[in-house]
Design a protein around this ligand. Structure first.
Ligand code: UT7
Length: 332
């Protein structure tokens, strides 16, 4: 028993991605790039793009409905809602409050957390701890992004990488010990904040004609620096969580990594000594969807029958902040 309240398990998971597909060939007509460059440097073939009037809370709500259906829970059972996003509908109120209203949930606590691509793992750890406190029983945790709304479609170094989508999970308490969310570690290094950010629109650089004209409301990234940190930090935290739980790489049935770049995942696989066949990859179809990437991939892996009762599943993420996280699940 953990903290006297049993374990926290995933009762259901769901995802939603917009129907509009943006291919590498279409991008090649917009900026100086090619399908060959994008596929060989990133592994991405296409990504999904939301409609102009489709918001992050719309994507989140659709993913949440799938997870709620899958879990078979009544709306009234859900007593906590957390949304992880860096592309909220607006700076405030939180996207979680908008989702609460769209779903018709009760007057439960609803808040956003921002940890970029690590956001879903940060959010599930917060929900797990709140459930283990005994004060909450059933949490809806969502990772949702409309990254197309902060993408500079004239910057070839970033616009080929990102996509839109959402993934959602219902977390609940069971009395069975040592199943579900059995381990997590998280970290951040704010000294590297400048490597990946959106410079304007906050209190540091308020929106002005000048910030708009100079493109400061778009995502900026020093890709190769982020790449190196991603490989180092994701492998370190994955190895550390295995060690903490006395597990070896062979014990892990499947790794669900943040979907940023196939080359990052290949380097991670090499450092962990886990074959690529035990990694879930769907970035070829969705690109990098930041906080939505892990729940969308986990949902697919689960629906495709790649996870069975008793399996150890390792989730590992890395993103702006810089932030990172690893979560270990034992499937109930
Ligand atoms: O989700 C948060 C975490 N994010 C990530 O993990 C992203 C990590 N970074 C990456 O995935 C890679 O760094 C990128 C895919 C973004 C870039 O790949 P790279 O191998 O690191 O390329 P680079 O930035 O070192 O650029 C190499 C060359 C440059 O040209 P020069 O200076 O060598 O002439 C770039 O201008 O590739 C050029 N380039 C492109 N060429 C064609 C950059 N983007 C493109 C492009 N098409 N789209």
């Amino acid at each position: 028993m953990q903290n006297g309240f049993g374990s926290v398990i995933l009762r259901g998971i769901g995802s939603y991605t917009p129907s509009r597909v943006l291919t590498n060939d279409e991008l090649s007509a917009m900026v100086d790039t090619s399908d060959e460059w994008i596929r060989s440097r990133t592994g991405i073939r296409e990504r999904r793009i939301a409609e102009r009037d489709e918001t992050t809370s719309d994507l989140a709500t659709k993913a949440a409905r799938e997870a709620i259906k899958e879990a078979g829970v009544d709306l009234a059972e859900i007593d906590l809602l957390i949304v992880a996003t860096i592309t909220p509908d607006m700076p405030f109120p939180s996207t979680a409050c908008l989702v609460q209203s769209k779903l018709g949930l009760g007057r439960i606590p609803a808040f956003d957390i921002e940890a970029a691509c690590s956001g879903f793992l940060y959010a599930t750890e917060i929900a797990t701890s709140m459930i283990k406190s005994g004060n909450y029983k059933t949490a809806l945790v969502i990772g949702a992004e409309k990254l197309s709304s902060i993408t500079d479609w004239e910057d070839r170094t970033t616009c080929v990488l990102f996509g839109d989508g959402a993934g959602a999970a219902i977390l609940g308490r069971v009395e069975t010990p040592d199943v579900g969310f059995i381990g997590n570690l998280m970290g951040a290094d704010g000294k590297e904040a400048h490597l990946l950010n959106m410079p304007a629109g906050g209190s540091a650089r308020q929106a002005s004609q000048e910030t708009v004209a100079s493109g400061q409301h778009f995502l900026k990234m020093q890709g190769n620096h982020v790449f190196k940190s991603a490989v180092r930090v994701m492998s370190q935290c994955a190895l550390e969580i295995l060690e903490r739980h006395n597990l070896s790489a062979d014990d892990i049935t499947i790794v669900i990594p943040h979907q940023a770049n196939t080359r990052i995942i290949e380097a991670l696989a090499g450092r962990l000594g886990i074959g690529m066949d035990r990694f879930k990859i769907n970035l070829d179809r969705f690109g990098n969807t930041s906080a939505a990437s892990i729940p969308i991939a986990l949902d697919e892996a689960w629906r495709n029958g790649r996870i069975k009762s008793g399996d150890y599943v390792l989730l590992v993420a890395f993103g702006a902040g810089l932030t990172w996280a690893a979560t270990l699940l034992k499937w109930p």
